[in-house]
Design a protein around this ligand. Structure first.
Ligand code: HEM
Length: 407
């Protein structure tokens, strides 16, 4: 990341608002000591909105009030086209429902998902979630060290998601490889190829469920109605693809970032062991500090919005990870403070597209923290290992080597 004199600013944009930031892979992720730390640096460079010259040029919105406004101004910031940088025509044809629809079409597509992702429906799975968490944690607890990403935070939510969808647990690695490539690869062709492979796999599952229904989410989707009409194969595919990418990467990484923070903050760890009833509140605060999903939009018209000269066709990144640490809204915003009373974070987005899977994600993270703190002694980052991270549409952890006391 650098403020640029050498890269030409394309037009009437104040040069003071220009930063070269590649959200997939920026040097600042390494120089700042990690992606959450890089978000603090980005905020110092531009507290509200800036123009990045990387990736063909795009706006980055990262002030809390501005991002909430942008999320609500669907007439100005459309979700129909999301690619930064722009994708080839054929790769743009595949829309995800309801993510790539603006109001008024969005509501009808979102309604059937709300019915299945309610807190009550998701809470019905809590025993299954807890059993899996316990199994995974106990498989590494006696070792005193492990790559916690590989051993626990990647497996737990992904296996739960695989079961929910009715996919095959044996294909865990295949799904994960496709999801990480599709979301975070720095190579656009790899992202496009992963999307194609996901569509191929999911199309096959949809055909199978139509022929032989089961008690799973894919079957539910094939039987849904939108505006009183049954969902056809194309629409079923666009729902399933969204869930595939949303379910296979987000929670795993949010959990891993939360554990990384706890590994670095022994006092908070000790406090949560003493006061486990605070874990649900702590989860919200950890998520505020570690939002993992920046989202993309296309500007729909020329407008001077909050003092910024937007042009029709500009791309924009709503950088929730940075907006959640807006110091104008949260005191000592870069620190996790579980005594904060009001944690009105936007890790799950804002406006009509607010995350449909958030209740499930919350249950999973709370259960993980409860069971981990009960079963594993004080844990720290392994001084002999390296925590690796990636940017992209989901901020990700590659490895999370931890060590802990076993007595
Ligand atoms: C910690 C985990 C998660 C985070 C941080 C997260 C974050 C987000 C964000 C920021 C959005 C808004 C997208 C936009 O405005 O363009 C979103 C939408 C969505 N998420 Fe999540 N998500 C998580 C987990 C999940 C899970 C587990 C599922 C499903 C199994 C899911 C399903 C969805 C769906 C379907 C949407 C689209 C909603 C719409 O367009 O109306 N998410 N998520």
């Amino acid at each position: 990341m650098a403020t640029l004199a050498e890269h030409p600013v394309p037009r009437d944009i104040d040069p003071a608002l220009v930063i070269d930031y590649d959200f997939y892979d920026d040097e600042i992720y390494r120089t700042a000591g990690g992606i959450p730390e890089a978000m603090v640096e980005l905020r110092k460079a531009a507290p509200d909105v800036f123009w990045s010259t990387a990736l063909g040029g795009y706006w980055v919105v990262q002030g809390y009030e501005s991002i909430v406004d942008a999320a609500k101004r669907t007439d100005l910031f459309s979700s129909v086209k999301m690619g930064i940088p722009e994708r080839p025509e054929d790769a743009q044809m595949h829309q995800s429902a309801p993510l790539n629809y603006d109001p008024p079409d969005h509501a009808a597509l979102r309604t059937p998902l709300n019915t299945v992702f309610t807190p009550t429906q998701m809470y019905r799975r809590v025993d299954q979630i807890r059993d899996l968490a316990i199994d995974l944690i106990e498989s590494v607890a006696p070792l005193g060290k492990a790559d916690m990403f590989e051993a626990v935070t990647e497996r737990m939510p992904v296996l739960i998601f695989i079961d929910l969808m009715g996919l095959d647990r044996a294909d865990f690695k295949t799904y994960r490889t496709i999801a990480t490539a599709g979301i975070s690869s720095t190579d656009m062709q790899e992202r496009i190829d992963a999307g194609r492979e996901a569509r191929r796999l999911v199309t096959q599952c949809i055909r199978e469920r139509r022929a032989e229904p089961r008690d799973d989410l894919i079957t539910y989707i094939t039987r849904m109605e939108v505006n009183g009409q049954p969902v056809d194969d194309e629409l079923a595919l666009s729902y399933c693809i969204l869930l595939f990418f949303a379910g296979l990467d987000t929670v795993a990484n949010a959990m891993a970032f939360c554990l990384r923070y706890l590994a670095m903050d022994q006092d908070l760890q000790a406090r949560l062991r003493r006061e486990p009833e605070k874990i649900p509140h702590a989860m919200e605060e950890l998520l505020r500090r570690h939002a993992v999903a920046p989202v993309q939009r296309t500007v729909m018209k020329d407008e001077c919005w909050r003092g910024f000269n937007l042009r029709k066709g500009d791309m924009a990144l709503l950088n929730y990870p940075a907006a959640n640490i807006d110091e104008r809204v949260f005191d000592h915003a870069d620190q996790v403070d579980i005594d904060r009373e009001r944690i009105n974070h936007i890790a799950f987005g804002a406006g009509v597209h607010r995350c449909a899977g958030r209740h499930l994600a919350r249950i999973e993270i709370v259960v993980l923290l409860e069971e981990l703190l009960k079963r594993i002694g004080t844990f720290r980052l392994d001084p002999e290992g390296e925590v690796t991270m990636r940017g992209g549409a989901v901020l990700s952890i590659g490895t999370l080597p931890l060590v802990w006391d076993t007595n």
